[in-house]
Design a binder for this molecule. Structure first.
Ligand SMILES: Cc1cc2nc3c(=O)[nH]c(=O)nc-3n(C[C@H](O)[C@H](O)[C@H](O)COP(=O)(O)OP(=O)(O)OC[C@H]3O[C@@H](n4cnc5c(N)ncnc54)[C@H](O)[C@@H]3O)c2cc1C
Length: 464
């Protein structure tokens, strides 16, 4: 199949735009281009997986289906513009990794604009002894991919052969929303009503159900004030009390009087109030918001999660025979007045016995293999760019190349902010297509890209 159709019936030449990655950034960029461009466009999304939607499918927690509503917008857009009667045309090409089957250089030769929206798909590391090669130590990316059924790990024996029935004590390093998603699924692994209507991987859920998880520690380097989670995710954790899953924060890191509430923003004030209320026994809570469903009486068997602060991991010990994690040793930290983090000179090291450790340090952006050859600049986990226009290593704009979403700014932000970012970048692409700036030269378009011998999926395949 030749993907490129350059002319519509009226022979108005369409400009060709390729987008790499079909996550929220790729699709929102396509959506905006197709909705707003006065110039007729042929937009192709290239996706390395056979299926679309990136982290909306393989990151967002299965029990947050409302977050995945963006997929409906993407589907409507793809359906509408797959029709040849429209001014613009859209094509989805799945199962093709740019850099492997098709080179970025080929696209740059062929296209009027190329937008890199391939997300952040690497791991960040603690860099401590025992982190690599110890059974039961996983990065959040691997773990989240696994429970979402990502093809790269869905059947990975590191997970499926792991002895889940021995997992009672869990540590999670990091306290962003991803850490809370992971804590939630681990603690509620046996509560069928929470998972049966979701698209969680049944392979993963069946493994996780075996785990008699009792304690989950969510560990941050800084203090409560610097927690990275948002209130919605924190509230979901507290609300697990109705299943006998209790939350805790050590008094040394939290007290309802320790903050001058007036000096913080409203969201933070609500967070302090939420924690203060939920930490009280049910009948002593003053606000009815926090008294919605009566928790069962406390028992020895209650599962617990705890927010733990001001600690940095030092080393992971493993069982020399089974190679499984045994414990994690951490230092105590102090925050200086100017907000610097230092190891507490008087603090003793602390060791937690653990059966599972998840490092939730954020996803790392990785350059495509051709970047050095093509002289595309990449720094601090994202593509160097000026408002979405990609830069080369001399700091000059790279002709016709753009970036949107996580790979443009690093792995921060939710789908709504990714959408905003993608719209802004799409506007700049349209601006440059309408009035090409001087640094953009006309492409030669020597050879069209022929996919006839290369297995791939189309939008119609995905719909089936
Ligand atoms: C665990 C987790 C939970 C989250 N939960 C929420 C939530 O509840 N609510 C919310 O609003 N946001 C949430 N987010 C954030 C949200 O997922 C991101 O804002 C958004 O997905 C970023 O979109 P993106 O398109 O830049 O990257 P991605 O979604 O990662 O998409 C990138 C796509 O590019 C593809 N790709 C990679 N390399 C290539 C290549 N070489 N060739 C072709 N294709 C390639 C990938 O397969 C992927 O499909 C969550 C994120 C994570 C990690």
């Amino acid at each position: 199949m030749t993907v490129w159709r350059r002319y519509i019936s009226t022979h108005v030449p369409r400009k060709k735009v390729s987008i790499i990655g079909s996550g929220p950034a790729g699709f929102y960029t396509a959506y905006h281009l197709l909705s707003k461009s006065p110039v007729p466009l042929d937009v192709t999304i290239w996706e390395k997986l056979p299926v679309p939607f990136g982290l909306s499918r393989y990151g967002v927690a299965p029990d947050h289906p409302e977050v995945k509503n963006c997929e409906e917008t993407f589907t409507d857009c793809a359906r509408k513009f797959s029709s040849h009667s429209e001014k613009h045309h859209f094509e989805f090409v799945g199962g093709i990794e740019i850099g492997k089957q098709i080179k970025l250089a080929q696209l740059l030769e062929n296209q009027d604009a190329v937008i890199l929206s391939y997300g952040c798909n690497g791991d960040r590391y603690l860099g401590i002894p025992g982190e690599q090669g110890t059974k039961g130590v996983f990065s959040s990316r691997q773990f989240v991919n696994w429970y979402n059924g990502h093809p790269s790990v869905a059947m990975d024996p590191e997970f499926t052969n792991f002895n889940w029935s021995g997992v009672r004590n869990v540590g999670i390093i990091g306290n962003g929303n991803v850490a809370l998603d992971i804590a939630r699924i681990l603690l509620s692994n046996r509560i069928d009503e929470l998972w049966k209507h979701t698209d969680v991987s049944t392979i993963a859920l069946n493994c996780l159900r075996k785990a008699p998880i009792h304690n989950v520690k969510i560990i941050g380097r800084r203090d409560f004030l610097h927690s990275k989670f948002t209130n919605k995710e924190l509230r979901e954790m507290w609300q697990l009390e109705k299943y006998g899953i209790r939350g805790n924060i050590s008094r040394e890191y939290f007290s309802e009087n320790m903050f001058d509430l007036g000096s913080h923003d409203r969201a933070f004030k609500r967070r302090v109030e939420m924690c203060s209320e939920y930490l009280k026994p049910f009948d002593q809570r003053t606000k009815k918001n926090f008294k919605k469903s009566v928790p069962p009486p406390r028992t020895q068997e209650d599962r617990q999660w705890k927010l733990d602060y001001l600690k940095s991991p030092l080393k992971i010990e493993k069982d020399n025979y089974t190679n499984r994690i045994q414990s994690l040793t951490l230092s105590h930290n102090l925050l200086t007045e100017d907000n610097r983090l230092i190891v507490d000179p008087n603090g003793k090291e602390v060791t937690y016995n653990l059966d599972l450790l998840i490092t939730s340090l954020g996803y790392a952006g990785v350059p495509l293999p051709e970047f050095s050859e093509l002289d595309i600049a990449f720094e601090k986990g994202h593509i160097s760019n000026e408002q979405g226009r990609v830069l080369n290593n001399d700091g000059d704009l790279f002709p016709g190349l753009y970036a949107s979403g996580w790979i443009r700014k690093g792995s921060q932000g939710v789908i709504a902010s990714t959408m905003q970012d993608s719209f802004e970048v799409a506007d700049r692409v349209i601006q440059d297509l309408l009035q090409p700036p001087r640094y953009i030269y006309e492409r030669k378009r020597t050879v069209d890209i022929d996919l006839s011998g290369t297995p791939h999926t189309t939008w119609a395949d995905w719909e089936k």
